[in-house]
Design a protein around this ligand. Structure first.
Ligand code: SF4
Length: 277
């Protein structure tokens, strides 16, 4: 077993207090006394400091994620139950299922999963042809609870018309060209509709969490995606979105429930909030 695997196994078996203890130890143990530093040349000190930071950051990100996974064991967040990527009819033909997955995802921006699911479920009663030929105002009525319903209805009708002539997109590159589809939706669609993980889809919950702890202080979804993709093995990518989104829906909400969180001891946001209160 590789050293990293051994460490991860130890983490998965540790209790909360043990986890915090390990994290504190790992984060701070490499601090050296001024005396021992002074024995090194300046360039060696700089190089050691850089290496040490990279090692700590790498270790930190993966293990913070393991703690979040522990807090998400029950998988009972809205994203687990009514996430837009779960809203399709398995009894329909594969092309229709893919259309339903993509339309459901297109309904989701700026809207809670419960509302998206309610509207997406209404659309399951209609074929691609029905939606392509439906009056736009009719479509708006079917999805009226989602935010930006007029624009979303227009984009979904355009998608249905496109699909009739060209079929459903089969790659990330084809998908992201569709109006109303961004990087997150395209990656989730390819992952669910084709079982291909081509990247880590990033949403606002993930940006908030990663900036608070912090895992990565950056608001750009593309930069955060690239950072997380560099931190984790490809086989782990497929689960990261749902794990972090659920954590953001249940505990690290915009108004966080820090008292329930196992990351309090290392969270910068929590420390700042409690210092300023
Ligand atoms: S301590 Fe609070 S702010 Fe920090 S990660 Fe946990 S829930 Fe979020």
């Amino acid at each position: 077993m590789r050293q990293t695997q051994k460490i991860m196994l130890a983490f998965s078996e540790a209790t909360t207090s043990e986890l915090n203890e390990i994290l504190e130890h790992r984060f701070f143990k490499e601090k050296k006394s001024p005396k021992s530093k002074s024995k090194m040349s300046l360039s060696k000190q700089q190089s050691t400091a850089t290496m040490s930071t990279i090692k700590q950051d790498n270790f930190g990100t993966k293990n913070i994620y393991e703690i979040i996974k522990q807090m998400r064991l029950e998988r009972n967040a809205p994203v687990d139950i009514v996430g837009p990527q779960k809203c399709f009819d398995k009894d329909k033909d594969i092309e229709t299922q893919r259309f339903q997955i993509l339309t459901s995802l297109m309904l989701s921006p700026q809207t809670k999963d419960e509302i998206t699911s309610k509207c997406a479920n209404r659309l399951l009663d209609y074929t691609i042809n029905d939606i392509a030929n439906m009056d736009e105002s009719e479509l708006v009525k079917l999805i009226y609870e989602v935010n930006f319903n007029v624009t979303k209805a227009k984009r979904i009708k355009e998608l249905a018309q496109l699909v009739i002539y060209k079929g459903m997109p089969k790659t990330f590159e084809e998908t992201i060209k569709i109006k109303g589809v961004g990087e997150k939706i395209a990656l989730l669609y390819i992952q669910v509709a084709f079982q291909r993980v081509e990247g880590i889809p990033i949403d606002v919950n993930m940006i908030r969490i990663c900036n608070r702890i912090p895992i990565f202080k950056e608001k750009s979804p593309t930069k955060l995606r690239k950072f997380l993709e560099s931190e984790f093995e490809h086989e782990e990518w497929g689960d990261i979105n749902e794990t972090l989104v659920g954590f953001g829906q249940q505990i690290c909400l915009p108004k966080p429930k820090c008292e329930q969180c196992k990351l309090k001891d290392i969270c910068e946001y929590y420390k700042l909030k409690n210092t300023s209160d």
